[in-house]
Ligand binder design. Structure first.
Ligand SMILES: Cc1cc2nc3c(=O)[nH]c(=O)nc-3n(C[C@H](O)[C@H](O)[C@H](O)COP(=O)(O)O)c2cc1C
Length: 261
């Protein structure tokens, strides 16, 4: 008999499961920059797709001047982000927003954040944000709900704080990056690392395994549990087992779990 389903059927007011916050900067008609917090987005390849409300100034700016920056704040900047949660760059404020928003032309000042010139696009980046994209709009598609649009943009330049970059590479160090997460209207830091996918270019190979491989040896994960793992070290010729390593070191256990999966 299958287990009975113990989930509740509910009607949540939003479906914001948990996405990094970004600050989108666009150019206003008068040549000043707008800055708006948002979280709806995904990225694939060099394309970033933003979900933006159609009554905001940002999407209006992008329809007329298709350049933007997308700056990702770290968790530490949540208060700066929140200072933008009740302001719009749109004047007059649209009726639907009138109860909760007021017009603010000086968004950077309001947030306590600093504009820094971009290399390839007109809108500035946010200096305090450790990760910043410059992008050019490729297409704006109306949503099935007229209240939002999908803005597909090509990322043309990426700026990263040096502390986020693996030295000597173009890889972002996931362990150094703490995006601000927006989940059901609350802000979170991203929490501790659990593991990684096999495709990761920054995952650590346990030093003892790397050493064994450098001697030409092979290995096989013998057993992996929640808090410990055992790996067989084998000869390269014929795969005969030479010894075993059992470890409860978290990186070793996570590596073994990835390799065994
Ligand atoms: C944390 C956070 C996340 C938000 N996420 C979105 C979003 O994904 N899309 C969106 O259009 N608005 C989002 N908003 C609301 C916008 O900031 C709001 O629509 C604002 O009017 C945009 O500014 P603008 O009118 O100057 O463009 C979010 C606000 C906050 C504080």
């Amino acid at each position: 008999m299958p287990e009975p389903d113990d989930h509740l059927v509910i009607e949540p007011s939003v479906l914001y499961v948990g996405t990094p916050v970004y600050l989108v900067s666009t150019m206003n008609p008068d040549g000043t920059p707008n800055l708006a917090p948002a979280s709806s987005h995904f990225a694939l390849g060099r394309t970033i797709v933003l979900g933006l409300e159609t009554d905001g100034q940002s999407v209006q700016n992008l329809a007329d001047r298709p350049e933007l920056t997308v700056s990702f704040p770290s968790g530490a900047l949540w208060r700066n982000v929140e200072r933008l949660s009740t302001v719009t760059g749109r004047d007059p404020v649209p009726d639907a927003k009138a109860d909760h928003y007021r017009f603010e032309p000086e968004k950077f000042e309001r947030a306590g954040l600093s504009p820094v010139a971009s290399d390839l696009v007109a809108p500035p980046r946010v200096r305090e944000c450790p990760l910043q994209f410059e992008a050019v709009v490729q297409r704006i598609t109306p949503g099935v709900d007229a209240g939002f649009a999908m803005v597909e943009s090509e990322v043309v330049r990426v700026h990263a704080h040096p502390a986020l970059v693996v030295p000597g590479t173009d890889h972002l160090d996931p362990r150094a990056w703490h995006p601000l997460i927006y989940s059901f209207r609350h802000y979170f830091d991203r929490g501790s690392e659990l593991g990684w996918t096999r495709k990761s270019r920054t995952a650590p190979t346990p030093p003892e395994i790397a050493r064994w491989e450098s001697f030409g040896g092979t290995w096989e994960v013998a057993d992996v549990g929640d808090s410990s793992a055992t790996v067989r070290l084998c000869r390269c010729d014929g795969g005969e087992e030479v010894s075993r390593i059992t470890s409860s070191e978290p990186d070793f256990v996570a590596w073994a779990a990835v390799m065994a999966s």
